[in-house]
Design a protein. Structure first.
Length: 568
């Protein structure tokens, strides 16, 4: 007897509605939703372009015989509701899409229709914002949506019909001639992008209810152990082979000569994109533009962009303290650095090299805290490369530096899920010469790996929940309450209040207590809120101090009012 019930494709909107109605749920043992918002955004871009986004696997479970069920994150609670299907493979994709199209979760997703009307690709039109920002609250207002021609992705939850209704409402705010013109233009956007999303189908494999629990466990284990995707670089390797360009050999040589490339898990595709930026009369690095590269382009520019990438990685590691790949705010920044330093080469006058280095550092911090690469990363990389080259030549700083805005109140809301600002803040703390609580050495990548150093809570989450009654996770998990702590120290901290475990650390003979805490930008002295376990005072103190550091590295002189609410 076959274990397959069917292998039919299902419309995206059908699958999302099944999640919302709790007809389709998850096995309770599945890991939590972990995708960063940019991953969700990339998936939506693939769907809008009608690209394959993988197969989904589920099992019919009307008798609830297999595993304890739970709802998708953000979906209505099961509350005794009877489900039909358990999803075995596809949780991250389906959760991200459900949250984006139903307007739930920690981020909201939008389409900038002005950009799409101007002929931009979907990638440049989609963007996301943290749910708690003032901008998100403003976009709840249809008049603001109409004025800026920004549509929440949640409008599309039931397909193109929702978009058509939104278009009519927006167009009616204009006079006849303008209304007709806008309706015609929006109709083109609907045909080009919205209808594609509406029609999109996932291949879905549905296992029969007669499948044994043992078989399901084996299938699930196999899914989580195998399944390596074919990368774009590998596809291009095959494409360029007939042209005499052996990309795989070039890449292996680059990694062998420069181990730092492997240490930072660099995607080799970035080098091809950098070559596309450097070699094209009109710089660009979209897939179609990379596919137009010639053998001469690669042969001429490959060594230069490799050197540029290596030089950029060294600046990130040594000056910006991006010690591990996970702490890089935006991976596409590597593309910008490879193209920029590959095209500019070394400065003729040695002191100018140091000036360039300082400019790169300021660009890194401004682009990170200003979230310049949050959407349209390829376009941003092209823009930054050109404008940075102009800056190197004595011109104006790039827009990502001149127009940076930041509200330090965001630090109270930024958790590991807001990877860019979170990572940038950790790197900024490391720039203070952060010392390990265990060995008291300045933290390096080697020490991180040897001592199991990771970002942990200063006020333990369990303590804040049970003793302080702070039941909002992002308040407990915000970056202001995190620093780098080794595994053994973190085990000793457990769920104890700071006054307790800090006293123990301070009592250690020979331990330079104040110096170590200051290296983590943590308060010292008798009036430190760590001694009184005053969490609110601690957040206030650290927000002010980290904001001073942000101003120092970005050149900002005043804060922007961007956050919607006080989250505590």
């Amino acid at each position: 007897m076959s274990i397959f019930e069917d292998t039919n494709p299902r419309e995206l909107k059908e699958l999302l509605n099944d999640i919302h109605s709790r007809n389709m749920v998850l096995p309770d043992f599945q890991r939590d939703f972990v995708w960063d918002p940019w991953m969700t955004q990339e998936l939506i871009i693939s769907i809008a372009n009608n690209f394959p986004a993988g197969t989904l696997l589920r099992v019919r479970d009307t008798k609830s015989e297999f595993f304890a069920p739970r709802a998708f994150q953000g979906a209505p609670d099961i509350s005794g509701h009877k489900h039909t299907f358990l999803v075995l493979d596809g949780q991250q994709r389906l959760t991200s899409l459900y949250q984006a199209f139903f307007g739930v979760g920690e981020h909201r997703y939008f389409l900038n229709l002005k950009k799409l009307l101007d002929g931009a690709d979907f990638e440049e039109g989609i963007f996301h914002l943290r749910t708690t920002t003032k901008k998100v609250k403003a976009f709840d207002n249809e008049d603001v949506q109409a004025a800026e021609l920004v549509v929440p992705l949640s409008v599309l939850r039931n397909g193109s019909g929702g978009f058509s209704k939104w278009c009519r409402a927006v167009a009616r705010k204009l006079k006849d001639a303008e209304r007709i013109k806008l309706e015609d233009e929006l109709c083109e956007v609907e045909e080009r992008w919205i209808q594609t999303i509406d029609d999109y189908k996932f291949p879905v494999v549905t296992l029969a209810e007669s499948t044994s629990a043992e078989a399901l466990c084996t299938i699930f284990e196999t899914l989580n152990r195998t399944g390596v995707k074919l990368s774009v670089f590998e596809l291009l390797t095959a494409r360029f082979w007939p042209k005499g360009v052996k990309l795989r050999e070039l890449w292996e040589t680059a990694v062998a000569d420069h181990p730092i490339i492997l240490e930072y898990n660099v995607d080799p595709y970035y080098l091809l994109q950098a070559i596309a930026i450097c070699s094209r009369p009109t710089p660009g690095c979209k897939r179609s533009e990379v596919l137009e590269l010639t053998a001469d382009n690669i042969n001429d520019w490959w060594p230069k962009v490799v050197r540029g990438l290596v030089a950029g990685l060294e600046i990130l590691r040594d000056d910006c303290r991006v010690l591990l790949p996970r702490w890089l705010p935006y991976q596409p920044m590597l593309l910008t650095l490879a193209a920029l330093l590959g095209k500019s080469g070394k400065a003729e006058n040695p002191p100018d090299e140091g000036v360039r280095r300082e400019k790169i550092k300021q660009w890194f911090w401004c682009a990170s805290f200003g979230q310049a690469y949050e959407s349209g990363a390829n376009t941003q990389a092209v823009k930054d490369t050109g404008e940075m080259l102009t800056w190197f030549g004595g011109g104006e700083p790039p827009d990502s530096v001149q127009s940076v805005r930041f509200d330090p109140a965001a630090l109270r809301d930024v958790t590991p899920r807001q990877r860019a600002i979170y990572s940038a803040t950790i790197c900024l703390i490391l720039c203070s010469g952060t010392r390990d609580f265990h060995k008291q050495s300045v933290i390096t990548s080697r020490l991180m790996n040897e001592e199991g150093i990771d970002d942990h809570h200063v006020f333990p989450s369990d303590y804040l929940l049970k003793q302080k009654g702070i039941d909002v996770p992002r308040v407990r998990d915000c970056v202001l309450n995190r620093t780098l702590i080794d595994a053994s120290t973190n085990r000793k901290i457990s769920n104890r209040p700071p006054s307790d475990y800090m006293s123990e650390i301070k009592a250690t003979v020979g331990f330079p207590f104040d110096a170590v805490l200051e290296s983590h930008i943590l308060p010292v002295g008798d009036d430190s809120p760590l001694w009184s376990n005053d969490y609110e005072a601690f957040l206030d103190w650290r927000q002010k101090r980290i904001w001073e550091e942000i101003k120092s590295v970005t050149g900002l002189t005043e804060m922007s009012d961007l956050e919607a609410v006080d989250v505590l």
